[in-house]
Unconditional design. Structure first.
Length: 256
């Protein structure tokens, strides 16, 4: 399968003096990001998917937000890439020093020690108890009669101290019908792959962001849609992270 290089560009950057406006911060709940490093040739990866489904059922789909990053050795066979593999996903896999699958990061806690999927519940429970230092709002849509999309993002400071880190936007797609090796060794030809990482909208590691209490930072992006992606199944996952991990995450459906 040919890989298409996507050029994602930020636009309408607003001056610091203009982009920061004091507002009374709303109360928001802490959400948790699970980066699930997976592969279609990974026989145990469906078990990790089941654990994600269990956690979403327990906490809700706005509290536990998972992204399936198809990468690593189980996304290739005899030199060929699987349909859901991305080179960007492989960059993340290598960056975090991963070697096995299924494995994941929970809010990028202790990133040098990635979580086995059996430990994700403990990481989620630890993170949801924290206060959210920022609120993130995303408005994203596919533009009519074109393959272009836009995303408008607002990050509102909730913490008493300055929050300084990176804003990352990813495009994910749900309900992809493709094969998957199963724990019993069989090959399921019509496995339903959910929250699959498709592309990083604003680069592999995002953009600098900083907000004080009650301030609003705004960013705008234009980006192309691959013809193979179904916009009705796509969403934007936006999160703010720093050296201590992911501070808040949201998932917003792509309008079309």
């Amino acid at each position: 399968m040919a890989l298409v290089a996507l050029a994602f560009t930020a636009c309408d950057e607003v001056d610091n003096a203009d982009r920061l406006t004091y507002v009374e911060p709303p109360e928001v709940s802490r959400a948790v990001l699970i980066e699930d490093f997976t592969g279609q040739y990974c026989v145990n990866c469906p078990r990790a998917t089941e654990e994600i489904e269990r956690l979403v059922e327990e906490y809700g789909d706005t509290t536990v937000i998972a992204v399936a990053i198809h990468s690593g050795p189980f996304s290739k066979s005899q030199g060929a890439f699987t349909p859901l593999y991305t080179a960007q996903g492989d960059e993340y896999f290598s960056h975090w020093g991963l070697s096995s699958q299924p494995v994941g990061l929970v809010d990028r806690l202790f990133s040098s020690y990635p979580f086995d999927y059996t430990d994700w519940a403990g990481g989620v429970n630890y993170e949801v108890a924290k206060k959210a230092p920022v609120s993130i709002m995303v408005d994203a849509a596919k533009q009519e009669d074109t393959d272009n999309c836009y995303a408008e993002v607002q990050v509102i400071g909730l913490d008493s101290a300055l929050v300084k880190g990176k804003l990352q936007l990813w495009l994910v797609e749900d309900s992809i019908d493709s094969f998957q090796l199963m724990p019993n060794g069989s090959r399921e030809e019509h496995y339903n792959h959910m929250h699959v990482f498709r592309a990083a909208i604003n680069g592999a590691w995002g953009d600098d962001i900083s907000v004080n209490h009650g301030q609003v930072a705004q960013k705008s992006y234009n980006f192309p849609m691959d013809a193979a992606w179904l916009p009705e199944h796509c969403a934007i996952v936006a999160f703010v992270y720093d050296e201590e991990g992911v501070q808040q995450v949201v998932k917003s459906k792509l309008k079309y």
